[in-house]
Design a protein around this ligand. Structure first.
Ligand code: UN1
Length: 513
């Protein structure tokens, strides 16, 4: 770790051996039991974080609730100015934060930097947005009346994020929520609590320099029980949750019970369709990065390649060859392509998938397996694997958060490929590789991909922040990040104003007194 500058990075980010995991901004407290964060890179303990008790949580939510009343009065462009300064701090601390992401989560340093870049990008987006939180005006059917809509902030927004994007997903939510006038409480994954502490330290300095009160950015830590404090709390009108479909269903039902809003960004089972008109070179780059990037732990990772029979052997051989070039090892070492999985449970899930696919009749064509020995002491490194399979195998239908790629064959026209592509419960990301306009347009049409993201001639992962991010079906239906995703963080109000001395009723109703 020291060879890669981790101790220095931790110091720059204000991470101590033991950190308070509960914070309302510049005040840090909490005396719940400790979470010890171990790096999947070398298995070593990085530092510890205290979890949030019910009493700690109560302090956080009351502070947030009170501060919301002040924060909402600040003009949105001024809130945007705070987010602009936050983006500047992220630029300054991009390297240490990218390193911590890589070391605590296990993704490559380049991807760690990429994740911080997404945070910077969403800040820039949010700054512009802070002058554009506009509603529509409508023509009233009544004379002398004006009708329009406006967006007001919601209140306290709860953010539950996953280990695989331990900093960016929080920023997508919080940067928008802040300019919208909300205050936020964030529960990061218990697998990456230090990323949470580091981000909180960064925003805390910005809030302090601007003399802003406690409660605008809050942090809580712990397992699902701590998350449940938020999901069941009617003082939190919106819960934004990223994670597994299993988790999302629990969150949705808890929040739904109290008629709160939830924004869910759950599992994917993303496919690339490779048609007879595909550019094979581009296909290989897109598929391999999509399948092994972040060691297959993106919700947008490529899980399935649906290849036309006429291209099948050519594409299969090219992808298998590319896998031979992959270097697996310490993700902080920029010579490596693939880092470790998050923990040993993830390794078990990976091993289980490879056993299952064979049991169901599939054929492994790039052997997997756990790596051991020098450099692999953490026990979290695995070889990216490829199996030939059928779409209806149970394991193919299931999202395994690991670098396992399934090859599926189709024949006939693109509709047959689309049937396979849409024939899973999840609906996050999808792609088609083709130079055939008819195929591409069919894929994007109403009868095409049923996913929230549909790409032509690029892979399934690596979405930019300018677009709305999320998917349908078991992916949960939520949209975060760009486009008009901000609207979910606000409440819409329709206003009708009568500037006459008469009171005509709508729908032509007469009510004479
Ligand atoms: C996720 O995996 O939870 O599209 C988010 C991508 C990234 C975000 C993934 N921009 O790969």
């Amino acid at each position: 770790a020291s060879a890669f500058g981790i101790p220095k990075a931790l110091k720059q980010l204000g991470i101590k051996d033991t950190n308070h995991g509960t914070s309302t901004g510049n005040k840090h407290f909490g005396d719940g039991e400790l979470i010890h964060s171990h790096s999947p890179v070398d298995g070593k303990k990085i530092a510890s974080v205290t979890t949030t008790t019910a009493a700690d949580y109560e302090k956080v939510i009351t502070t947030a609730h009170d501060t919301f009343k002040e924060w909402r009065m600040m003009p949105a462009p001024q809130r945007g100015e705070i987010v602009r300064q936050f983006g500047e701090e992220l630029r300054r601390l991009k390297e240490p934060l990218g390193k911590l992401v890589s070391y605590e989560m296990g993704k490559s340093y380049q991807e760690g930097l990429g994740e911080v870049q997404e945070m910077i990008d969403i800040c820039d987006f949010a700054v512009g947005l802070s002058r554009q939180l506009h509603g529509l005006t409508m023509h009233s059917e009544r004379p002398g009346h004006r009708m329009y809509e406006q967006y007001h902030p919601l209140g306290v927004v709860g953010i539950i994020s996953a280990f695989n994007f331990p900093v960016a997903v929080w920023a997508w939510n919080t940067a928008l929520a802040w300019v919208c006038g909300d205050v936020c409480i964030w529960k990061p994954s218990e697998k990456t609590p230090l990323c949470g502490v580091a981000c909180q330290n960064i925003i805390a300095t910005v809030l302090k320099e601007n003399g802003l009160p406690e409660g605008i950015s809050c942090l809580i830590n712990g397992d699902y029980k701590v998350g449940e404090m938020m999901t069941t709390d009617s003082r939190i009108p919106l819960i934004s949750a990223t994670g597994s479909t299993r988790m999302g269903k629990i969150v949705a039902s808890k929040v739904g019970e109290r008629l709160g809003k939830s924004l869910l960004e759950l599992g994917g089972n993303n496919a690339i369709i490779v048609t007879p008109d595909a550019d094979v070179k581009m296909t290989v780059i897109g598929a391999v990065f999509g399948a092994v990037g972040t060691a297959g732990q993106r919700c947008t990772s490529t899980r399935r390649l649906i290849i036309h029979e006429s291209m099948y052997d050519q594409v299969k051989n090219a992808v298998v060859d590319a896998y031979k070039q992959l270097k697996i090892g310490n993700p902080l070492d920029e010579n490596n392509h693939v880092g470790p999985l998050i923990d040993k449970d993830a390794v078990k899930g990976y091993q289980n998938a490879l056993e299952k696919v064979v049991q169901e009749g599939g054929k492994v064509i790039v052997e997997g397996g756990m790596l051991s020995g020098n450099g692999y002491e953490s026990g979290c490194y695995v070889k990216p694997a490829i199996a030939e399979a059928q779409n209806d195998f149970e394991i193919v239908q299931h999202e395994t958060f690991a670098p396992v790629l399934y090859l599926l064959k189709y024949s006939g026209d693109v509709n047959n490929a689309l049937e396979l592509q849409n024939g899973v419960k999840q609906g996050l990301s999808s792609a088609i590789m083709t130079n055939n306009l008819r195929e591409a347009e069919r894929f994007l049409s109403v009868a095409g991909s049923d996913c929230g993201i549909a790409n032509v001639n690029i892979g399934t992962s690596g979405a930019e922040i300018g677009g709305a991010f999320g998917g349908e079906k078991d992916t949960g239906g939520g949209r975060e990040s760009g486009s008009d995703a901000w609207k979910v963080y606000m409440r819409r109000q329709t206003n009708t104003i009568n500037y006459t001395t008469e009171l005509p009723l709508a729908q032509g109703i007469k009510f004479d007194l």
